[in-house]
Design a protein around this ligand. Structure first.
Ligand SMILES: C[S@@+](CC[C@H](N)C(=O)[O-])C[C@H]1O[C@@H](n2cnc3c(N)ncnc32)[C@H](O)[C@@H]1O
Length: 223
């Protein structure tokens, strides 16, 4: 895959993510497509990725699902790279690229079949973001939000992930992991307290070499 030249402000992030996360993006796309039957979606269904960065998870998903894609990122340099990647992957014609904060994005209620996001929720007002997720999902829709690298890693990739974790410690790379702990516990509580009784079928906590929420909206609101 061709990598486009990033804006100066994104150089460091892109260098790290291309070197260390790239296989993770493929793992997440492949596993999500298999677990949630994304190949069975129709061209009218929507998959939304927020905090999409270069958009690679959606690029990989586009090979596995005929759905339309919605990309959200607040950084216009990131969105510009995603646009180039989408064009290269020939998915631009079935995509909407939005430059805005996920907390403020205007997405119709009950309109998105699948929401994916990696490495982002801890940078957002996470309760607002999770409430938006519940609002935007179609009945029966699923959100897959977290920070891991996928469930089944090859031995080579596991070594690479460990190398990244050591580098992160050594170079003080800030991924807001402390904040992520809060998101795990308080985000879970927010979902259970506000939506479990009537709007959600379940919320799962998955360990995919990093925490992921799997959130399924109820097919019908419980009366
Ligand atoms: C650490 S990067 C993760 C990028 C990519 N998902 C990945 O896994 O490598 C976080 C991304 O979220 C975006 N972001 C941060 N806060 C956001 C917000 N409130 N709304 C939308 N995007 C946001 C940043 O611009 C950045 O592209």
């Amino acid at each position: 895959m061709k990598f486009f030249e990033p804006h100066e402000s994104m150089k460091e992030f892109c260098k790290t993510s291309r070197e260390y996360f790239f296989e993770g993006y493929q793992n997440i796309a492949r596993e999500a497509a298999e677990w949630f039957c994304l190949s069975k979606l129709s061209p009218d269904d929507r998959i939304l990725e927020f905090g999409g960065g270069e958009g690679f998870i959606s690029v990989f998903l586009s090979k596995l699902s005929p759905a339309r894609f919605v990309y959200i990122d607040k950084n216009h340099h990131a969105a510009e790279l995603a646009r180039k990647n989408y064009e290269e992957a020939e998915m631009l014609g079935r995509s909407d690229i939005m430059v805005c904060e996920v907390e403020k994005a205007e997405i119709p209620e009950n309109s998105v079949k699948f929401i994916v996001s990696r490495g982002t929720i801890q940078f957002t007002e996470y309760k607002k973001t999770l409430s938006n997720v519940v609002k935007w999902l179609t009945p029966g829709g699923i959100a897959f939000i977290g920070c891991g690298f996928g469930l089944n890693l090859t031995d080579e990739y596991r070594a690479k992930v460990n190398e990244f974790l050591a580098k992160k410690e050594k170079d003080n790379i800030d991924t807001q992991s402390d904040k992520f702990e809060e998101v795990m516990f308080e985000g879970y509580r927010h979902l259970i307290d506000n939506y479990f009784d009537d709007r959600l079928e379940y919320v799962k906590a998955l360990n995919l070499n990093g925490f992921f929420f799997e959130i399924k909206k109820a097919e019908k609101p419980v009366q």
